[in-house]
Ligand binder design. Structure first.
Ligand code: ADP
Length: 373
């Protein structure tokens, strides 16, 4: 409560003052029916204050169910959700002070933009003058100043989602949860709103938990990504970590492109694949060596073995496709055991190969990662 003697904040001080909350998930499980496998299966996760954490995974892997348990729309079968160390597992959603943005915007069609954004403040009985100031600031934050009196149907999809974002942050929540917020938008609009969401995150310092099945979106936006598979978190790390040091075949395939060879690690420093004996570098990766992953920018193609730098690992391949992407060529390769792989070459490096060309694919041992199944 503000007493009459308390000084009002200076007019330029930001009114939306979202302190990033820490969210902890402890052994969280959700089962919808006894016969089905758990939708969320023993998930442990610490989301740091102010972090941009993305839940990424294929459809049905448990991302939305996890988000719904954080916000309070779904009750865990077992386990706990904590906010800043306090157990909120049974706290109703409206008492958690979390902002939420959905794929379908969920705006009130009969209310104006300003009324939509003011809605959570009305529920919290915030006085009119403060509401006006907060709504003004929220609309400025999402670049919609001056649109106060429009109704949702007079706005584009991207603008409607900006209103939803303004409404989700206007009451200074401690966490903002976003469930596939950009999936309904076309590619160009999606990219522009991605930048907008990242800017909003950086300006507010608010904890963001973002759900997507789009790996590019996850890579560009996130501080860390939790990769889901069948209700479990199978990898957690920064985008660069997960890209360069995938721990499993699933993670390597799900995040970015790669060539995945299946052979056998026959010694600490040897991996055998068909008739090849590849060198394994000291920092081989955390997996148990069931497969070897090479990212496309690390894979090179040469006309013959004589042109390969000494020490590189090699594999014979046939070029099956060459595509031009403006800044690079993407070369698709078929290997002897049916493995399909790819390499990218920056434009400027002449792509002299054409489909049907026999080549030798090669890479440095330190550029491959050994992963588990
Ligand atoms: P994702 O968000 O990764 O697509 P979900 O969390 O929506 O995954 O779903 C995980 C699993 O739980 C799926 O098998 C889905 O069919 C099931 N599921 C989700 N919501 C319900 C529900 N309300 N009732 C029954 N099963 C559900």
């Amino acid at each position: 409560m503000t007493s009459s003697t308390t000084q009002q904040p200076a007019p330029e001080a930001p009114a939306i003052n979202a302190a990033g909350g820490r969210v902890e998930l402890r052994d969280l499980c959700k089962r919808y029916g006894n016969s089905q496998p758990p939708a969320v299966d023993h998930v442990d996760l610490d989301i740091e204050p102010g972090e941009f954490l993305t839940l990424l995974g294929p459809s049905g892997s448990g991302k939305t169910t996890t988000l719904n348990m954080i916000v309070g729309f779904a009750e865990p079968t077992s386990g706990a959700v904590r906010l800043n160390g306090r157990d909120i597992t049974r706290t109703p959603p409206h008492k958690r002070n979390f902002g939420m943005v959905f794929q379908n915007y969920a705006l009130f069609p009969h209310l104006t933009v300003a009324q939509n954004v003011a809605f959570p403040l009305r529920e919290r009985k915030v006085p009119a003058a403060e509401t006006a100031r907060l709504v003004g600031e929220a609309l400025e934050l999402v670049d919609l100043a001056g649109m106060d009196d429009r109704r949702p149907h007079e706005l584009s999809g991207g603008q409607q989602q900006r209103v939803a974002l303004a409404r989700a942050v206007v009451f200074s929540p401690s966490v903002l949860l976003l469930d596939e917020p950009l999936s309904a938008l076309d590619r160009k609009l999606r990219q522009s709103l991605q930048r907008e969401i990242k800017r909003l995150h950086d300006e507010l310092g608010l904890t963001f938990v973002f759900v997507t099945h789009d790996q590019d979106e996850a890579m560009t936006l996130s501080d860390r990504i939790a990769i889901f598979d069948r209700g479990r978190i199978v990898a957690l790390g920064t985008p660069a970590d997960l890209y360069h040091r995938p721990t499993s075949r699933f993670v390597a395939r799900f995040l970015g492109e790669s060539t995945v060879f299946t052979g056998r690690r026959s010694a600490a420093d040897v991996y055998e694949w068909l008739d090849r004996r590849w060198r394994v570098a000291a920092q081989a990766g955390e997996g148990d060596g069931q497969a070897v992953v090479v990212r496309p920018e690390r894979l090179r193609v040469a006309a013959d073995e004589a042109s390969v730098p000494s020490g590189d690992n090699t594999a014979d391949a046939t070029v099956t496709d060459v595509s031009f992407y403006g800044t690079y060529h993407r070369i698709e390769l078929a290997f002897g055991d049916g493995t399909v792989g790819c390499a990218v070459l920056p434009v400027g490096v002449p792509a002299t190969v054409t489909p049907g060309t026999r080549v030798v694919a090669h890479w440095r041992p330190e550029d491959q990662v050994l992963v588990s199944e």
